[in-house]
Design a protein around this ligand. Sequence first.
Ligand SMILES: [Zn+2]
Length: 240
Amino acid sequence: MTFEKWLQSRLTAHGFPCGLIDGNISPVTIAALKAFEKAKGLKVDGVADPLVVEALRASSSTVPAAIAATLPPRDVAEGVAAPAAAQVWPRQKDCLSFYGPVGESQVRVTLPFEMKLAWDKGTRVRAMTLHSKVADSAERAFVRIAATYSEKERAELGIDLFGGSLNVRRMRGGSAYSMHSWGIAIDFDPKRNGLNTPFAKARLGQPDAVPFWEAWEAEGWVSLGRAWGRDAMHVQAARL
Ligand SMILES: [Zn+2]
């Protein structure tokens, strides 16, 4: 199930009907989302942020369905939950001018699910360091991933294994900076997704990882595994 369909089915289950559960985030869905936010005392912005997802995951309440109809369609045309699709990141060669000097403008992004350090699984990771320009985008992708996969599925797939984000260094075998130098790349489960492992053989190259990559690609991020066939652990907010 896609995140969009999950969103619609949960809103409907909570008494805020979205019409068809078709994955199409129409004004009707946004109206239902806003009505749900209002009923729960959350910020009414039509954005499925972590608090909304958490509230939707809770068992359905007895809020009357009629509330969903209280917002006029015009009110909900703006503020769609996905500024994502329009997001275009710079090409790798333009990162310096777009993101600024390496290692700067970093913020902490809180994760909607707990990860572990890939090389020290006893260490829990609840936040990671990313460039301020990509932080909101990454958060949306993580929320979508959290809603798509159960904890067990995340563990099986290894997407709960954090392999690093910000790391100022040169690309392997080159003089150019790695995308990690700007805090615009994230690695997952490096052990099973080696730099030189063909994507088809990598754990994240398997079919059950497709929704994971789609969550990133919906935000304009690039999977090196899907785009280049190698380095399946890696996703970046820069085009090749
Ligand atoms: Zn990487």
